[in-house]
Design a protein around this ligand. Structure first.
Ligand code: E4P
Length: 207
């Protein structure tokens, strides 16, 4: 399973990238706005830093505008995947975003999307099971051998990541805080504390 960081914050991205924890990056207009920096500088830095797929989102609502923006966005690097809220086919790799139902995902796959992004957290927020939608998409794609990868987005916690992995989703994109949470377990902390205490009792340690 691939891990992407869902962020436009270069500091966060640099940290998890240097730890070898991520295979790609997803951004959206809100994440870029949160940085308070210019789109051009933010995106150029990310595309240079991370080799893996970088999803950059179009903001046009019509197909023509999306294609035009997509063609602009791919100039930032060969690693760019154009994120669109609707689907279009072509030479540009697309990440179809804002997916909330299995039939939307079916349409995206039929249109040749490279990725489909079901937003699990936002479904949970309105009392619908986001992970149930992911389960159905994974099943539909397997039934018809679609090559579109299921990129689980709007992840809020490590349980979302675990469930996505158990379901066989290809990618989980998550905020910096969730990547950090994945490394944590109280028994790990207790274990480290105990080892360090015992280590104090050991004579003749490293020179
Ligand atoms: C990723 O591609 C999406 O932009 C992101 O996961 C949305 O997450 P949110 O629902 O927490 O804004």
């Amino acid at each position: 399973m691939k891990f992407f960081i869902d962020s436009a914050d270069i500091k966060e991205i640099r940290e998890v990238h240097s730890l070898g924890l991520i295979d790609g990056v997803t951004t959206n207009p809100s994440l870029v706005a949160k940085t308070g920096r210019g789109f051009n500088e933010v995106v150029s830095e990310i595309c240079k830093l991370v080799a893996g797929p970088i999803s950059l989102e179009t903001v046009s609502l019509d197909a023509e505008g999306m294609v035009r923006e997509g063609e602009e966005l791919i100039r930032y690097g060969k690693n760019v995947v154009v994120k669109v809220p609707l689907t279009f086919e072509g030479r540009i790799k697309t990440n179809v975003t804002l997916c909330f139902s299995p039939v939307q995902a079916l349409l995206a796959a039929k249109a040749g999307a490279a990725y489909i992004s079901p937003f699990v957290g936002r479904l949970d927020d309105i009392s619908q099971s986001g992970m149930e939608v992911v389960e159905q998409i994974v099943k539909i794609y397997a039934n018809y051998h679609f090559s579109t990868e299921v990129l689980v987005a709007s992840i809020r916690n490590p349980i979302h990541v675990l469930t996505a992995a158990l379901m066989g989703a290809h990618v989980a994109t998550m905020p910096y805080a969730v990547i950090k949470q994945l490394t944590q377990h109280p028994l790990t902390d207790v274990g480290i504390e105990r080892f360090l205490k015992d280590w104090e009792k050991v004579p003749n340690k490293f020179k």
